[in-house]
Ligand binder design. Structure first.
Ligand code: ATP
Length: 476
């Protein structure tokens, strides 16, 4: 499948997401709350498909990776040990003229300069201005901790402060010993977790890309010290392959390899998987070789041993770790951007040449405009739509129900009896349903149906009994 030549307009995508029930603004009836989003009926199916595909690939398909579901609020010492309390902060600046607030590094980046790191913190290069009003009167950058604070129990005092987790990873590290004791695993092995994370981002933006509440899929892959580089390379390759399988082609992705001077002091390698969003190349996932930093820190702060005993070599060591850490919401947004097309298709829903619509130009004669989400079938929220040709013919509706019941046992299906058949196809194109099945008068006599393909719009005639196997070849 060719990529969009004309970049997707984010306005068009955001509008489709709302109109068709993928993504809504959180608390919209109260005018929303910045940085929070709700996923509607189709959006939550899309996210589910992403999570399921990840879990299948990372946990179910491998013998040496197990799952965990840890709590969102943990002992505050976890965040002391991990370094989040002291240093999980972004540099923030305020415009003294219009009072807008920015992340200093991003403001600099937009203006083609780099934020200056000093011994005490950060400094803005000369000439940086407010991107809202143009004033050069900006405050000095100061660190802003991104963790959301709350209180556990009825008394709001220092001793009851707790944090909403800013990543799922630490839950894995603090349960390392318990999981090791029960999972009958030998190193190398991994623990995977999917769940919500919270960051009080200074500037949430680009739709769901930078949110304050989001979902992560993280794997901690524990290994023998010295094998870090080889496992890091392995995981970068594995993860790139997975993105292609869920519908993000290689040419839409890039790897950003961290230079030695960009790495955290404990890390030996880091690669970000980047996607070509309409608003630029941006990170979907970070894959870092973190050494033994996290386990060693928790060992130190908790006083409990987190060492591993190798039965074969009789060695004792704190395992090193490679961490692929991905965001469900960013992947969902990338999949939507990649799938979104405005096309000129032959009028009357006949198969033929499909042209990419050119923004601002009139639709050529004999063609009509369609909006379609060309999802990879495994990501489509609805897999098959079933259409009895006419609503007022009970025998067609009854036969349609039979087909629907047959298919619904295996896939998420949609039932639609209203409107002209062409219009029904278009409604499904717009939400990315790969197949439509139409029940007509011939079905009543020969038990065959019309199967329509979303991308080519080709129609074939197929026996009802043959449908499950035929669909299974692309849907499973
Ligand atoms: P960024 O540099 O974009 O702030 P990060 O490097 O801080 O991201 P990580 O801490 O590596 O991100 O988190 C792992 C993954 O979690 C990211 O690759 C991303 O997919 C997701 N993620 C992080 N922050 C957010 C956010 N504010 N909104 C949505 N997803 C996020």
């Amino acid at each position: 499948m060719q990529r969009n030549q004309h970049k997707v307009s984010m306005d068009a995508l955001v509008s489709l997401c709302k109109r068709r029930g993928f993504i809504f603004q959180s608390s919209e009836i109260y005018d929303g709350i910045n940085g929070f989003w709700d996923y509607g009926p189709l959006g939550c199916e899309l996210k589910r498909n992403i999570r399921d595909a990840w879990w299948r690939d990372i946990v179910h398909r491998r013998e040496n990776i197990v799952g965990l579901d840890s709590s969102i609020i943990m002992h505050p010492k976890v965040w002391e040990a991990s370094g989040h309390i002291s240093s999980f902060a972004d540099p923030m600046v305020d415009c003294k003229a219009c009072r807008k607030r920015f992340r200093a590094d991003m403001l600099c980046e937009e203006q083609g300069v780099k934020l200056i790191k000093t011994e005490k913190g950060f400094e803005l290069p000369v000439g940086v201005k407010c991107s809202a009003c143009g004033s050069k009167e900006l405050t000095a950058p100061r660190a802003f901790n991104l963790m959301f604070k709350t209180f556990v129990g009825p008394v709001e005092e220092a001793s009851s402060v707790a944090y909403l987790r800013p990543e799922t990873a630490q839950g894995i590290f603090v349960q390392f010993a318990n999981v090791l004791a029960v999972a009958r695993q030998k190193i190398p092995f991994g623990i995977a977790q999917v769940g919500k994370a919270f960051r009080n981002e200074i500037n949430p933006r680009n739709f769901t890309f930078r949110s304050r509440e989001f979902e992560q899929m993280e794997l901690e892959f524990f290994l023998k010290p010295g094998t870090d580089a080889e496992w890091h390379t392995y995981w970068v390759k594995e993860r790139m392959g997975w993105y292609e399988r869920i519908g993000l082609p290689a040419e839409s992705l890039q790897q950003y390899v961290y230079g030695k001077d960009e790495l955290a002091h404990y890390a030996s390698a880091c690669v970000d998987v980047m996607y070509d969003f309409p608003f630029g190349m941006q990170e979907l996932e970070g894959i870092a070789a973190r050494g033994d930093f996290d386990l060693s820190q928790h060992q130190k702060f908790s006083g409990k041993s987190l060492e591993y005993f190798d039965q074969e070599t009789k060695e004792k060591f704190v395992p090193h770790v490679v961490e692929p850490s991905a965001g469900v919401d960013r992947i969902a947004l990338a999949i939507l951007c990649e799938a979104y097309r405005e096309e000129w298709v032959p009028s009357g829903d006949t198969a033929g040449d499909v042209l990419e619509a050119e923004p601002g130009k009139p639709v050529p004669a004999g063609y009509e405009l369609r909006t379609v989400l060309r999802f990879a079938p495994c990501m489509a929220p609805i897999k098959v739509a079933v259409f009895p040709l006419l609503k007022n013919k009970p025998e067609l509706v009854a036969k349609g129900r039979e087909v629907f019941d047959l298919l619904q046992k295996r896939w998420n299906c949609f039932w639609d009896v209203t409107g002209a058949i062409g219009r029904r196809y278009r409604r499904q194109d717009e939400i990315g349903t790969p197949y439509g099945v139409t029940i007509d008068f011939d079905t009543l006599t020969d038990n065959t149906v019309t199967l329509r393909d979303r991308d080519s719009m080709k129609q074939i005639r197929l026996a009802i009994a043959a449908l499950p196997d035929y669909l299974s070849a692309t849907l499973d």
